[in-house]
Structures are given as structure tokens and as C-alpha cells.
Ligand binder design. Structure first.
Ligand code: PMT
Length: 223
């Protein structure tokens, strides 16, 4: 039998949304279901890799054979990923990380007040997890990001690959309702620093994850 493409490889994948607290009962979050990241974890494990999934709050079952670290906030995800990144050959950022968090989390439920019609929440920037991995100077893993864009998509994807120092970026157009966030389907274009590497039309996230992991293991071998 041929050796599995992922055998002997350690892969860390982030998945799902993050949840940034506002007060004890409210959060800032997004529409990521975790389906794409969990499917990638299953596909990597099926190819023989040792997989760590760093997951935001989702209602999915952890794939068999995958080690999961459950987190809520972007800061917690940052800590989990930066702790484990150096022990992995490949890190894939599929999570939809909140770019900003609430500066001062209220320790009591914020009340509706008579006569006050406007409320301002001050947000501060979260650390960029995949950019931190991409810029590691010691034991830097092969680093793959995703780009969820709604407009000018190729331009932003190319900009992110440079700024975050990624080896590959997987671009999905999230302005389309039938793919991307929360759908069972996705369609993606993959770029490296030189340009377009591959384009995969709409298919299930399970099938897409298989072809993406084959491509990622192949590109990692050449890198
Ligand atoms: O979970 P699903 O419902 O299946 O949907 C899948 C998906 C659409 C969420 C997924 O395919 C996807 O596109 N994930 C990335 C979403 C995103 O937040 O993209 P972005 O363009 O904002 O971020 C670019 C890259 O930087 C991503 O790899 C992201 O994980 C990473 N990032 C962003 C901000 C931050 N503070 N830290 C990060 O690591």
C-alpha cells in the first residue's frame, strides 16, 4: 500500500467563530458554523496526519482521531495556537476570528435606560493569529490562511498573503449565499505568493477538504 500523504505530519487547524463578550449575557460573534474547519480536520486525519483542532463555539462533533482544544475568544484562540504552532508542520487558519473585541467587558448585564437612545461600544483590535504564525522566526510551520471577502476579492486575498506572510491562501467569496458561511458547500481559489495555484468549483465541504488537504500536503513537501 502507498504511504498516506499526511503520515508523520502534524497539522493544527483553527475553526468556527470566536465569541467576544459584551456583558455576562451578550457576545459579538459571526456566522461561521465550523463546518469547513471540521471537514479539513477530518480530511487531514483520514490522510494519516496527527491533527489538533482549535475550535471556537460550534455545535459540531469533533472528527474521530482529532484532538480538540475548545476556546471562545480570539485571545484564547491566539494563546492556544501560539502555544502549539511550533510543534506542528502545518497550521491552517480557517476560523472566522473577530478582528475587534469590546474594550471594557461589563461585569453586569447592561440595562436599558429610559431617555438614553444611543449606546456606544468601544472596540479594540484583537491579535492576528495566522499572521503571528506566518511571521514566526523559529520553527515556522507551513502556514495557510483563508480569506472571506465580499468585494474586490482577489485584491484582498493577495494583500493578506503578503501582510500575514502565508504560504497559501484559500479564497472564498462569502457574498454568495449558497457557499461559504454555514453552507454545506464551498467554492475556492487558492493562491501562493506567485499567483493562482488552483481553483475548485462548488462542491461539498467534505469533498473540497479532501482536495485541499492533498494540495496542502503536496505544496508543503515542495516548500
Ligand atoms: O465555518 P463555516 O460556516 O464552514 O464557514 C467557513 C468560512 C467561510 C468561515 C471559512 O471558509 C473562512 O473563510 N474562514 C476565514 C474567515 C475569516 O475571518 O477571514 P478573514 O479574511 O477575516 O481572515 C483572513 C485570515 O486571517 C483567516 O485565515 C483568519 O482565520 C485569519 N485571522 C483573522 C483575524 C485575526 N485576528 N486572526 C486571524 O488568524
Amino acid at each position: 500500500l502507498p504511504k498516506a500523504v499526511g503520515a508523520g505530519k502534524k497539522v493544527l487547524i483553527t475553526a468556527g467563530p470566536t465569541e467576544e463578550p459584551i456583558d455576562p449575557v451578550r457576545v459579538l460573534t459571526n456566522r461561521s458554523s465550523g463546518k469547513m474547519g471540521y471537514a479539513l480536520a477530518a480530511a487531514a486525519a483520514a490522510r494519516g496526519a496527527e491533527v489538533t483542532l482549535v475550535s471556537g463555539p460550534v455545535s459540531l462533533k469533533v472528527p474521530d482521531g482529532v484532538k480538540a482544544i475548545k476556546v471562545k475568544t480570539a485571545q484564547d484562540m491566539f494563546l492556544a495556537v501560539t502555544e502549539h504552532a511550533k510543534d506542528n508542520d502545518i497550521v491552517i487558519g480557517c476560523a472566522a476570528v473577530s478582528d475587534y473585541r469590546v474594550e471594557k467587558v461589563s461585569d453586569q448585564k447592561i440595562k436599558k435606560q429610559d431617555g438614553i437612545d444611543e449606546l456606544t461600544l468601544k472596540l479594540v483590535k484583537n491579535p492576528d493569529i495566522i499572521a503571528t504564525v506566518g511571521h514566526m522566526e523559529h520553527k515556522r510551520p507551513f502556514t495557510v490562511g483563508f480569506a472571506a471577502e465580499t468585494n474586490n476579492i482577489e485584491h484582498y486575498a493577495k494583500d493578506k498573503i503578503v501582510k500575514k506572510n502565508l504560504d497559501l491562501i484559500v479564497l472564498n467569496d462569502v457574498s454568495k449565499q449558497d457557499i461559504g458561511f454555514n453552507s454545506d458547500f464551498n467554492a475556492v481559489t487558492v493562491f501562493d505568493k506567485e499567483g493562482k495555484v488552483a481553483a475548485f468549483p462548488k462542491m461539498t465541504k467534505e469533498v473540497l477538504s479532501g482536495v485541499l488537504m492533498d494540495l496542502i500536503f503536496e505544496m508543503n513537501k515542495k516548500a
